[in-house]
Design a protein around this ligand. Structure first.
Ligand SMILES: Cc1cc2nc3c(=O)[nH]c(=O)nc-3n(C[C@H](O)[C@H](O)[C@H](O)COP(=O)(O)OP(=O)(O)OC[C@H]3O[C@@H](n4cnc5c(N)ncnc54)[C@H](O)[C@@H]3O)c2cc1C
Length: 435
């Protein structure tokens, strides 16, 4: 079969693809030059909406309302926009084979695509309990969440079991956001996670105590320090029981699993350099293969601020890395150069009426300031992380846009501190005085 040629192909149709397409269009693109190939059935959208407003029982977010690039306050790009710009959206197309040297891609139905420049934006997928051989984990009624189809399946599951018992496996941000969604949907929700507190990769014990207290006040039950080791099902194969390692058993009508993600890099194995589980790129998101870029969740990139290579699964980075790669492609064509990527890690989450933002690095000592009593309405509190007497990370719950900007500045500038006590006492004032 002959190959369909495009000057540029973006493999993957998620967040990074949407922002890359917008950047291509703004820097100048001729009709027919760019194709986005995605196994999803819809144009790029803001993925974080899936574990937030998409699952609300009323006033839920629906496409086309959250196509990229609305998530960062930009223009929403519905499917028609791609047509108007002459960008080919090749949807429902799973790429199963890639030859990076030839820049050819083969789909599951045997179609061949070829390009001059390839941007890999395949993102990540959820880790499944069946991957660890957890007994009964393939039962009906056990859900995961990455794509819109997963969210639709979960909504159907919620509708099938009104008022039922839901068990959330995993205490990360996906588990926390989903627990909130399911309580709002009037399910009886229990969270199970092995760690001593939720979000252990970011939260300190004190921060976590606030969120756990708040969730419990909303009716979420929390079982910590143990894991799901097996599931039982009814005669129709639908899950009805979660067995825990500590011997306890939880009845369940629905199980939702959020135990982490893994980057989708297997298509490229042996064809390019990898590092830290991702595709190794330089500051312009070029891989070790000429004319091949990798952006978003799959890229392990130089994080200039910390002088080390990292891979991050944050939507802000997916957007910015995509823009950086496209700017580099276009600048190179014009014989120009662009500045290196200089990313400040930024991550956020929202659930119930809570909303937090985190900037920088959560290493070293930490101090918490403000109101951490979850029974206080609209409590505002934060934390700083201090390494080598410098503030390297900052967290804020319930911050205003200006306050969030101020903590971002702290994490970027890394001011020195006199003492932990002084920092704790000055709290947000410390951030607002940084210029
Ligand atoms: C439910 C959920 C909530 C989130 N909430 C937040 C949040 O609150 N804050 C935050 O910072 N981050 C959040 N994230 C993370 C954020 O969404 C990701 O970091 C971001 O989507 C990464 O963008 P990407 O373009 O690299 O990958 P993705 O957006 O995942 O896009 C990858 C695309 O590639 C396609 N694809 C993969 N393999 C193939 C193939 N072989 N053939 C064809 N197509 C393929 C996929 O179908 C998908 O369309 C959340 C993620 C999820 C799943």
């Amino acid at each position: 079969m002959s190959a369909t040629y495009f000057k540029y192909i973006i493999l993957g149709g998620g967040v990074a693809a949407g922002y890359a397409a917008r950047e291509f269009a703004s820097l100048g693109l001729c009709p027919g030059e760019l194709a986005i190939i995605s196994k999803e059935a819809v144009a790029p959208y803001e993925r974080p909406a899936l574990s937030k407003a998409y699952l609300f029982p009323e006033g839920a977010a629906r496409l086309p309302g959250f196509h990229t690039c609305v998530g960062s306050g930009g223009e929403r790009l519905p499917p028609e926009w791609y047509g108007e710009k002459g960008i080919e959206l090749i949807l429902n197309t799973l790429i199963v084979k890639v030859d990076l040297a030839q820049k050819t891609l083969e789909s599951s139905s045997g179609n061949i695509f070829k390009c001059g420049t390839l941007i890999i934006a395949t993102g990540a997928t959820f880790i499944k309990l069946t991957d660890f051989g957890v007994q009964g984990a393939d039962a009906k009624g056990i859900y995961y969440l990455r794509e819109i189809d997963d969210a639709d399946a979960l909504i159907e599951g919620i509708h099938e079991k009104p008022g039922g018992k839901a068990v959330i496996v995993g205490g990360g941000y996906i588990g926390l956001e989903l627990a909130a969604d399911l309580i709002i949907n009037k399910l009886d929700v229990t969270m199970v996670y092995p760690e001593p507190w939720c979000m252990p990769r970011l939260f300190t014990a004190e921060i976590a105590a606030f969120y756990e207290g708040y969730y419990q006040s909303k009716g979420v039950k929390i079982v910590k320090g143990t894991v799901a080791t097996g599931f039982e099902s009814d005669a129709s194969g639908h899950v009805n029981l979660v067995k825990l390692k500590d011997g306890r058993e939880l009845s369940a009508d629905i199980v939702v699993v959020g135990v982490g993600a893994r980057p989708l890099v297997s298509l490229f194995k042996g064809q390019l350099e990898e590092e830290k589980g991702g595709i190794k790129v330089d500051s312009f998101f070029q891989t070790s293969v000429s004319g091949v870029y990798a952006v978003g969740d799959v890229a392990t990139f130089p994080l200039k601020l910390y002088n080390e290579n990292r891979r991050v699964e944050h939507v802000d980075h997916a957007r910015k890395s995509a823009i950086q790669a496209v700017q580099h492609i276009k600048a190179t064509e014009e014989g120009k150069s662009i500045p290196e990527y200089d990313y400040l890690p930024y991550f956020y989450s929202r659930s119930f009426d809570l909303s937090w933002q985190f900037y920088g690095d959560n290493v070293g000592d930490s101090v918490v300031f403000g109101q951490t009593d979850p029974s206080v309405p609209k409590a505002k509190f934060g934390a700083y992380w201090i390494k080598d007497e410098k503030v390297v990370g900052a967290f804020l719950e319930n911050g205003t846009p200006d306050e969030n900007k101020a903590i971002a500045k702290v994490a970027r500038l890394q001011p020195t501190v006199e003492s932990k006590e002084a920092l704790c006492a000055s709290g947000l004032d410390f951030a607002s005085k940084i210029t």
